[in-house]
Design a protein around this ligand. Sequence first.
Ligand code: ADP
Length: 604
Amino acid sequence: MIFFRMGWPMRLFIDLMWFFKKEKLSYITGIMLLIVLAAINLCPPYIVGRVVDGVTNRTLTPEILWPWLLILCGLGILSYILRYSWRILIFGAAARLSRLLRQQLFKHFTRMSPSFYQKYRTGDLMAHATNDIQAIETTAGMGVLTLVDSLVTGGFVVFSMAAFLSWKLTLITLLPMPVMAWVSSYYGTLLHERFFKAQEAFGDLNDKVQENISGVRVVKAFGQEEVEIESFRRLSDDVVKKNQAVAVVDSLYDPSIMLIVGLSFFLAVSFGAYEVIHLRLTLGQLTQFTLYLGQFIWPMLAFGWLFNIMERGRASYDRVQALLGVESEVQDQVSLQGAPDGSRAELRQSVKGDIYCALEQFTYPGQTKPELKRIHFTLKEGQTLGIVGKTGSGKTTLFRVLLREFAGMTGEIRIGGVSIEEIPLDSLRGIFGYVPQEHFLFSTTLAENIALGKPQAQLSEIEKAAKTACIHEDIQRFEAAYGTLVGDRGVTLSGGQKQRISIARALLLDPKILILDDSLSAVDAKTEKQILLELKGNRSQKTTLISAHRLSAVEHADLILVLQNGEIIERGSHAELMEHQGWYAETYQAQQLESLIEEGGGLA
Ligand code: ADP
């Protein structure tokens, strides 16, 4: 039954064959050493048996004893070296497997589209990247060891007992084996179920921590510390409870095995003594037999462990593979996938910044209601498009469709005459410089934050981008200027400063098409004006798309689209829209009045 149960998890070794082949040398040498070690281990009980017989027969002399003792010492040193070597070889290879899988997983994560991150929780993904990979590493290390040891060491010992000592006694002492098989199988299943639940609970806990760290300001602002601490306590209690449940089975496992081993010893000593009395076995042989039986404990345990390791490894491997198997919804067309990098870079260079947009409909994955409908416009290279509308009207969505972050669009969008679906994704994203609404700065220097997309940029280039984004002077005011650290260990920047750094980051790439997605909302009207002026001067030959709440940010645009519920309700230049007397004109006038009042208030 146990072999039947083990069939499924054991297939993991076949699934991991690609890796074993890759690390052939380490594994073959490591396993050979294990086999040699198993053979060497058979010698000490034999020597002890000879010595005991020599003592009982009164034939032992120092001349006989000394060589035996020297051989024992030699074998001890040899075993030491062999044990060290196989550990380095097999466990070292296993560590390389986990590195490989971790890299594969991380690379995969970076390639996924936003909908992937909507579907999977961060905590779960972290658990996959840590616990699951660890479980697979254990399979490739301890799993291989326990398999070889239980079969080879166990086999050698049983063979020696049966062939050289007494097959009858061997048979009797092995009687408890089926019970051990049952215990191992029963506890193994239980352990797997409980381990899975513990993993899930750990995922929940990870999520909670992640959420609290990124949302710490909100938690504090709303005085929710106690509530959060309480809910964290509940989750960590749950993790403890579920891990304790795993530990209970784990703890039951070893004593049960030891009980069975003890039974074997009992049978060996009682029946063995009977054989000695009837002169069918010498005292030295019985000693040798019991020493072998002692050596059989580890292979028996290893056999049980093997089952647990394989169960855990199997489940983890399947989860990691399932994750690696998730394809990004947005894919390059097959004909483009093999395109050499050079031709992609060429394409990025050659594509012009004209935009032809004939989007009929766009629906977010998993949604039924379309978010955008009939968005038609054309824009020539060097022109500026303004997109305005209430919050939730679809401005960001339109940008994300242009960047092909999501699949699910009908109609056609062309950049420089080429359909966006025909442009390889990395080239497409290289054409755009996107400044999203939510700014994200990494915990590194300001210079490195700006140079994110072009790490090899010179400081002069970084400064130029910062000047255009009107953040250069702010940066100069910091003691370490561009070397100032941002984030947890560095300075805290205002929302407006963060926005301008994000703009500088995009400008440094000098993109064919720059998208400012409500990126001027946190800067004051004067700075906004200055940035727009700088952009006009610097990007007169390049295309710019700006979405904004403050209409003054799009006033100068060649074409302005007003969106409502994902549809264009007004379009035209500023002058045309003002004449039209619709939403744009009304909002513009209201905002002008507001700023006049603010200025007036300021003067009073
Ligand atoms: P705006 O930028 O004009 O404020 P958005 O484009 O961000 O508006 O949002 C338009 C609508 O799309 C909103 O109703 C929002 O709820 C919805 N939406 C945004 N992102 C997603 C998403 N990933 N999945 C489903 N719906 C979304």
